[in-house]
Design a protein around this ligand. Structure first.
Ligand SMILES: Nc1ncnc2c1ncn2[C@@H]1O[C@H](COP(=O)(O)OP(=O)(O)OP(=O)(O)O)[C@@H](O)[C@H]1O
Ligand SMILES: [Mg+2]
Length: 345
């Protein structure tokens, strides 16, 4: 399955269904949806109660008859019907009607690197359910590289690292194609889990997932490297008594806990570099690695990758939306001609 830029320029809508967030770009309108991939459902009637940010806020706070669903998991659509309904609601009535009225609606969608045919089919089915007659799939790595302005079409190597919620994808690209790539099932969610687990094991404190971000920020200072504040005050719930409690957390120990999942990411970078022809590695030592995806904002991650690879590391300007903006640029026909790597081969 090879998708050409010409086919992409005939699409009216570009969609990135991520494990954490859903993003939609509409031709001529730009980014119209950037919301959590979450839907709250009434289990008795089956009706949707809320989607996106509102549904995410309900997580862990709902009565028994409301279920908070995440139809995208591990970077792939796991519940096609729920994903379609969530996407429809996120688009809103006006836009949904407008797209439905478009004759021969074509959609473009990102798909994780080396996603299996079943996962690709699930993405296609979701968009077909919304009225798309044709769906073009583009490798997330290529879309993200275009979105952050890397000169992918040139005969020089560029390296990109897409740090999402469920997966981290790393690739070296040249002439619009992927030379070597790796997909590691460790990203933002695994880092959050490591922090929650650490607090539970070492401080008998239950931390709601929403409170992980403030802790990450408190860790910043010098980020994952030593030098930041030694202790941070964290509020949570005591595992045994169930009562609210605050503890002084040793930031060095939390950094250590985060380090464990991140080792898998660093190993992935090593494998990509080892699989890359020597001429291209020489290009890379000048250009370095471009980090995109929401988790690229994790305080200190950039420095950690820089220390591990001894290469220049940059974080894209709007790292979280690079993939959908890249796909958007392709459907708008705003990029120079290049060959796109075949998908699913
Ligand atoms: N400022 C920040 N600091 C640390 N982590 C962040 C920040 N902003 C977002 N994240 C993390 O980034 C992840 C979301 O990134 P992104 O939006 O790229 O994921 P996604 O595209 O939905 O997931 P995937 O590509 O894996 O399917 C979440 O795990 C979130 O915790
Ligand atoms: Mg993503």
């Amino acid at each position: 399955m090879t998708v050409s830029l010409e086919q992409l320029s005939r699409c009216q809508v570009a969609v990135d269904l991520g494990a954490s967030r859903t993003r939609v770009f509409v031709k001529g309108m730009g980014l119209v949806v950037d919301e959590p991939s979450v839907a709250a459902v009434n289990v008795q009637t089956g009706s949707l109660i809320a989607v996106g940010t509102l549904a995410e806020q309900m997580t862990g706070r709902t009565p028994g008859y409301i279920r908070v669903a995440r139809p995208v998991s591990g970077g792939t659509v796991v519940d096609i019907d729920m994903a379609r309904r969530m996407l429809g609601q996120l688009l809103g009535d006006k836009l949904r009607r407008r797209l439905r009225r478009t004759p021969m609606l074509r959609a473009a969608a990102c798909t994780p690197h080396e996603s299996d045919p079943l996962a690709q089919r699930a993405t296609i089915e979701t968009l077909v359910g919304l009225g798309a007659r044709r769906v073009e799939l583009v490798d997330t790595l290529v879309a993200a590289a275009v979105g952050c302005g890397l000169p992918v079409e040139q005969p020089t190597a560029t390296m990109i690292m897409v740090c999402g919620a469920a997966t981290t994808q790393i690739a070296v690209l040249s002439l619009g194609s992927i030379v070597t790539a790796e997909r590691v099932p460790v990203a933002g969610e695994a880092i959050d889990r490591a922090i929650v687990q650490h607090l539970r094991q070492h401080h008998e404190l239950l931390l709601p997932n929403q409170s992980v971000r403030p802790l990450q920020l408190a860790l910043s200072g010098d980020g994952l490297s030593p030098g930041g504040p030694e202790f941070t005050e964290i509020h949570g719930r005591d595992v045994a008594t169930g009562l609210a409690r605050s503890v002084r957390v040793d930031t060095a120990a939390v950094r250590e806990a985060i380090h464990t999942p991140l080792t898998a990411v660093l190993d992935g970078i090593g494998r990509v570099l080892r699989g890359c022809p020597p001429d291209l590695v020489a290009d890379l030592s000048d250009r370095g690695i471009m980090m995109v995806g929401g988790s690229a904002l994790l305080p200190g991650l950039e420095e950690m990758v820089r220390n591990a690879t001894k290469m220049p590391v940059h974080v894209a300007e709007r790292p979280d939306v690079c993939s959908v903006l890249g796909l958007g640029a392709m459907i708008e026909g705003n990029i120079k001609p290049m060959t796109l790597a075949p998908l699913g081969s």
